[in-house]
Design a protein around this ligand. Structure first.
Ligand SMILES: Cc1cc2nc3c(=O)[nH]c(=O)nc-3n(C[C@H](O)[C@H](O)[C@H](O)COP(=O)(O)O)c2cc1C
Length: 295
């Protein structure tokens, strides 16, 4: 079950999806048991931005058929707060730490990458490109040229693995993935949430404080599988697949579609140990296959 992802040795192919497992809160709640039986093979931290953010106004969640719409809005302590308060705690985790960063200009992303990458505790970086570049008005990850320009800017800043987290809200995610690879990305991950909306059942006004949010969970599984397959056909760098994974069979499907590793997000709200369970189910599937191949 051990696997390699962009040069990182992983005990199994299941990692967490950024923003859906708060390892610091888990440590506070469950104590050192979290370190002894950490459910994921690597930890991907929630997106950090240069300045602290409060996040979006409430309500921030809507339960939809087979999933969630969230408009959390990336609340975080900002770069300085993360480096001072969170990183020393996350460094205690028994698995490689991948830090997810996002900026509103290329220079902001460059500052984040340079500051995060120089820390020994950090094994790799994930670039969240699902946000607008305030200078061009374009969503960084929706346009192959924007993505390429961003990766070109930050690639020379670190030799550590750089994974570009693609947005599914793009006309051609495979073209964006290819542009990221050509500009020097070591891997790509997908899918982030799909844009969605819910109305207040009585007033008809938008339910979420930010009007729209991102759909995740089983509702997007088939879309994620199609996009992962399409991207994996187009690039030679490793692909981290995610979107609606609840079981080992779902993870297996993404691996069959070409993913090198699988991230689990929304399912961890229901079952915080989902990562370990899904890894065990995946191992069972592998064993069953070997047995049936011998029969
Ligand atoms: C509540 C919530 C918060 C999220 N926060 C982030 C985030 O901070 N950065 C990021 O790149 N993706 C974030 N995501 C997207 C997930 O990492 C993942 O791409 C998406 O939810 C699809 O996987 P899933 O269906 O297994 O949840 C968030 C998703 C949810 C549901």
């Amino acid at each position: 079950m051990s696997t390699e992802l962009c040069g990182l040795e992983l005990e199994h192919p299941i990692v967490n999806a950024s923003g859906t497992f708060d390892a610091i809160a888990a440590l506070r709640t469950f104590g050192d048991e979290v370190l002894e039986r950490f459910p994921f093979a690597a930890f991907v931290s929630k997106t950090i931005t240069l300045k602290p953010r409060q996040g979006n106004p409430p309500p921030r969640l809507w339960e939809t058929a087979g999933g969630l719409i969230n408009s959390i809005g990336l609340p975080n302590k900002g770069l300085a707060g993360y480096l001072e308060h969170d990183l020393p705690v996350l460094a205690r985790l028994p698995v490689p730490l991948i830090v997810n960063v996002m900026g509103f200009t290329r220079e902001e992303v460059a500052t984040l990458v340079a500051a995060v990458a120089e820390r020994d505790e950090v094994a790799g970086l994930e670039l969240n490109v699902s946000c607008p570049n305030v200078e061009s008005g374009l969503i960084m990850g929706a346009d192959p040229r924007e993505t390429a320009a961003l990766v070109h800017r930050v690639r020379p800043l670190t030799a550590k693995p750089l994974i570009v987290k693609l947005t599914p809200n793009a006309t051609d995610p495979a073209a964006v993935a290819h542009a990221a690879q050509e500009a020097g990305a070591d891997g790509v991950s997908l899918v982030n949430t799909l844009r969605g909306m819910a109305l207040h059942p009585r007033t008809g006004a938008p339910w979420l404080g930010a009007r729209t949010g991102g759909v995740s969970g089983p509702a997007i599984r088939a879309i994620a599988l199609a996009q992962v397959a399409q991207v994996a056909e187009r690039v030679s760098v490793p692909v981290v697949g995610m979107g609606g994974v609840e079981t080992g069979a779902h993870a297996h499907a993404l691996l069959r579609a070409g993913a090198a590793a699988v991230a689990v997000g929304t399912e961890t709200f229901r079952d915080p140990r989902a990562g370990a369970r899904i890894a065990a189910e995946l191992a069972d599937i592998g064993r069953d296959r070997r047995v049936s191949a011998r029969l």
